[in-house]
Design a protein around this ligand. Structure first.
Ligand code: 3UK
Length: 514
């Protein structure tokens, strides 16, 4: 994809300052409720924060800075300010508790944090147990010594970008750690441009008049790319709703005429149930990532909006999406093709490439991955430059990649290998089912049985008849041995902070219920 960047590169010069220098400073960068920041406004806020970092807080190039905030304009400005000052961003999900904040602080030895004052409590509680964190500066309450007050100092409106190398580490993204301690994945200044120039330019293909919106937190690289980097690379606007649950997302799409949306399959399903009488016709590009996109969800969204959902698999390790398909080449049910600039392959247990059509482990190589921060697991998950994912996939004869399951989510029942997601997809085609999670439950006879946890649509009662009906539904549509022998009706499913179904938590529940 022709990705050569100069040896010295500060990504904020390219993403932000260039727009101002080239006369696009008046374009809208951020829309948040009634607030509008032009590119010039944003550039000034970034400069002010960068000056505070260097002049008041003693940050030097290469220092790591923890950020803690929801998706707000100040979060965006702080993020870019750390990059412009040559620091390393460690952004944390707003919903993390003190106990979860300690790990990244200690692992990355972070001395300085910037924090929205509304989220200070948990960070201060973490600090009590992580003495490496010596300084927390908050914003939003305009207190003495707050970031707001420091930013207003005279002469702070200009700032010269740190002279960073294109391969200086500039962000550490922590994985959600569903399979052990979180892993810190390190990314370079140039990686940030690379995702814009690969996925953004070649697959997403948005334009400067687009208005981007979505729900993933900016601390999750899915949100960072989709809501901040992709729009900025082309001078488009980002909409940052105060809340980002499905009803708020619909409100904000309608109010601000959003045209590009980034969210997870669950949110698309939840939005579908709430579109009655709403006008979301401003949308033209809808990206789904974070979890497998079931074909029934693709079909329902297309039937309702006329738009295909653009599936894409990404990972914190790779920074963003590395398999997806441009709108004109989408194959419903498949994740897509390697994003230009990336290579993907399917390997067996021995690391040998599988023939087309045979499921195996997905491995990926490209410009943006993958280096872990001080982690012995590098040797296990990065082989010869290939990042070995935890996903089972197959490639068809045309080169499209089809998701099967997380490798540890395969259910083995009476000798049959059953992919939980396949059963979930089938259950989702039943009109009573809103959400579901399918896992293996221990069984003395069969080793495991297929057990489904089902959230029903509003107003539907889960009884023995419905259990029977759902089981018959599965048997009628996929191989009968895959049917869920046990079905439990629940009001909600366990999710990670990044919105993924926690199948391991369901497995625990299934084990305790067995
Ligand atoms: C799963 C998918 C099937 C898959 C992410 C877009 O999700 C992101 O990063 P994480 O590190 O998780 C990675 C894992 O999530 N997954 C993501 N997308 C899909 N599975 N189909 C999909 N479309 O198990 C993968 O290994 O949290 C997504 C952009 C940036 C990201 N960090």
């Amino acid at each position: 994809a022709g990705l050569t960047y100069p040896e010295r590169l500060n990504v904020v010069t390219e993403l932000l300052d260039r727009h101002v220098l080239e006369g696009r400073g008046g374009r809208t960068a951020i829309i948040a409720g009634d607030l509008r920041w032009s590119y010039a406004d944003l550039a000034e806020q970034v400069n002010r924060i960068a000056n505070v970092l260097i002049r008041d807080l003693g940050m030097v190039t290469g220092n790591r800075v923890l950020l803690r905030a929801a998706n707000t304009p100040m979060m965006v400005a702080s993020y870019l300010a750390v990059l412009k000052a040559g620091g390393v961003v460690v952004a944390t999900m707003p919903m993390l508790r003190a106990g979860e904040l300690i790990y990244p602080i200690r692992k990355a030895k972070i001395a300085l944090a910037l924090c929205d004052h509304r989220l200070l409590g948990e960070l201060e509680a973490a600090q009590a147990q992580a003495p490496e964190l010596t300084r927390i500066v908050s914003w939003g309450d305009d207190a003495t010594g707050s970031l707001d007050a420091l930013m207003r100092q005279p002469g702070y409106e200009n700032f010269t970008a740190a002279d960073t190398a294109s391969d200086d580490v500039c962000l550490i993204g922590f994985t959600s750690g569903t399979t052990g301690e979180p892993k810190g994945t390190m990314h370079f200044q140039r990686d940030i441009l690379a995702i814009c120039d690969c996925y953004g330019a070649r697959v997403l293909k948005a334009d400067p008049e687009d208005r981007f919106i979505g729900s993933p937190p900016l601390a999750f690289t899915f949100g960072l790319g989709g809501l901040v980097l992709f729009p900025m690379r082309i001078g488009a606007a980002m909409i940052l709703p105060e809340k980002a649950g499905p009803p708020d997302l619909i409100d904000a799409i309608e109010r601000h005429k959003a045209s590009v949306v980034f969210t997870a399959p669950t949110a698309y399903r939840a939005m579908l149930d709430r579109l009655e009488g709403r006008d979301i016709s401003s949308l033209r590009i809808c990206v789904s990532a974070g979890e497998a996109l079931p074909k029934p969800t693709f079909d329902a969204w297309q039937a309702r909006t006329g738009l295909p959902l653009m599936d894409g698999i990404g990972a914190t390790e790779m920074l963003h999406i590395f398999i997806g398909a441009p709108r004109e080449t989408i194959r419903p049910g498949a994740t897509g093709l390697p994003v230009p600039g990336y290579e993907a392959k399917i390997i067996d247990e021995a690391g040998v490439e599988c023939p087309d059509g045979t499921p195996g482990r997905l491995a990926v190589r490209g410009p943006t991955g993958c280096r872990y921060l001080a982690d012995a697991r590098q040797a296990k998950y990065v082989l010869d430059g290939w990042n070995v994912t935890g996903d089972t996939y197959l490639r068809d004869a045309d080169g499209y990649f089809w998701y099967q399951a997380r490798s540890d989510d395969m259910i083995i029942s009476a000798g049959y290998n059953i992919a939980g997601p396949e059963v979930e997809i089938c259950l989702l085609t039943h009109p009573a089912v809103a959400e579901c999670g399918v896992v293996g439950a221990p069984c003395p006879d069969r080793g495991q049985i297929v057990k489904a946890y089902v959230v029903l649509r509003e107003g539907i009662l889960g009884d023995a008849n419905l259990v029977k009906e759902l089981q018959e539904h599965v048997k009628a549509h996929i191989a009968p041995y895959k049917y869920p022998r046990a079905i439990a009706f629940v009001t909600a499913l366990p999710k990670t902070p990044t919105g993924k179904l926690q199948r391991f938590a369901l497995r625990e529940i299934a084990r305790s219920e067995a």
